[in-house]
Design a protein around this ligand. Structure first.
Ligand code: P6P
Length: 338
């Protein structure tokens, strides 16, 4: 039987990164390692979903007013139960929870965790890739119970960010501010092996990812930009091919690897959601850190840099334009009328 390639495991990568920081206490490494265990548990469940009776809705609704899928609930509970006792964080927030999530008393650590336990969950029943997104900050306060204020931090101040995408294979992509690395889970040994070292997002975009069904609800500038991308111009690679799965992690991951631009702009479709659908703390910020670390960009449709936005609320929505640098630069020029 041919030998499996014994590559670098994600645990080895985390420890190597820690060794580059002599003052490191190992707490961030410990935090990431605990998150990886949760990811493996979720991956096993997601991949069994088609067989186990876990499909279908749990009958509850989350803060977004959306029906909570059973897998959503499983992923949310798996992360909360594991991280509440890990000893490395002082407070958490989740897309599935209205308010902050405290950790077990006596287990408070120096980091905070914001996460979307299973983004794209509306696609679970049709077997489209879904994913977990996470964002880690250093707590602002001294040793005490974590608070909302500890969580309401700019993306620029993230210590680490990443996602796990569950699909044909389970891949973890993360950054601690020293480049972006991807690891693929070998389920036969239960290890993530380095498969995408030092990911760089191609500067040129091949794909545009946007929900064209919202075209009529966008600003004039956004409609003009999208129409511009539809025109033929070989020199700038237009028209871009359209790829939109409706699962943020899957759309982002493809664009990260192949080059592309993803847009979820403001729209007038729902007066309750004037700033688009996506969340700042546990969707836009972590993906923006990965995009910038990989040479890409992430802005709002007003040209604001995602990582510089001061959050005002745990579940704050922001318009998101993220992807290959040249494409985002061009979108920015269009939208700002430059
Ligand atoms: P729409 C999934 O529900 C999600 O939150 C993201 O994963 C995805 O990018 C977006 O919503 C899709 O939204 O309105 O295009 O269906």
């Amino acid at each position: 039987m041919e030998r499996r390639p014994i590559g670098i495991t994600v645990s080895r990568q985390i420890m190597d990164s820690q060794r580059m920081h002599p003052g490191a206490t190992g707490e961030l490494s410990g935090l990431l390692s605990e998150l990886i265990v949760a990811a493996k548990v979720i991956s096993a469940e997601v991949n069994m979903a088609g067989l186990a009776d876990i499909l279908g809705v749990s009958g509850k609704t989350n803060i977004q007013g959306e029906q909570v899928q059973k897998l959503d609930e499983f992923a949310n509970n798996t992360i909360i139960r594991r991280m509440a006792r890990c000893g490395y964080i002082c407070v958490m927030t989740s897309e599935e929870e209205d308010d902050i999530i405290p950790v077990k008393e006596g287990y408070e650590g120096k980091y905070t965790l914001a996460f979307d336990p299973l983004d794209g969950s509306s696609n679970i029943d049709v077997n489209v890739n879904v994913g977990t997104i996470f964002s880690i900050h250093r707590r602002a306060s001294q040793w005490r119970k974590g608070s909302r204020e500890d969580l309401l931090k700019r993306g620029r101040d993230q210590v680490a960010a990443g996602y796990i995408i569950y699909g044909s294979s389970t891949i973890m992509v993360y950054t601690v501010g020293e480049g972006v690395h991807g690891f693929t889970l070998d389920p036969s040994v239960g290890e993530f092996f380095l498969s995408h070292p030092d990911i760089k997002m191609p500067e040129e975009s091949k794909y545009i990812s946007v929900n064209e069904g919202n075209h009529r609800y966008w600003s004039d500038e956004m409609r003009q930009y999208i129409d511009y991308l539809r025109q033929e111009d070989k020199a700038s690679g237009r028209p871009y091919s359209a790829r939109y799965i409706g699962s943020l992690v899957a759309d982002f991951h493809r664009n990260l690897i192949t080059g592309g631009i993803f847009l979820y702009p403001s729209d007038s479709k729902n007066p309750d959601k004037p700033h688009g659908k996506l969340r700042l703390l546990y969707e836009a910020s972590p993906l923006a850190m990965i995009a910038e670390q990989a040479g890409g960009r992430a802005i709002t449709d007003e040209g604001r840099t995602i990582l510089d936005i001061e959050p005002g609320d745990l579940h704050q929505r922001v318009p998101l334009i993220i992807g290959s640098k040249i494409a985002v630069d061009e979108a920015e020029k269009f939208l700002l009328g430059l």
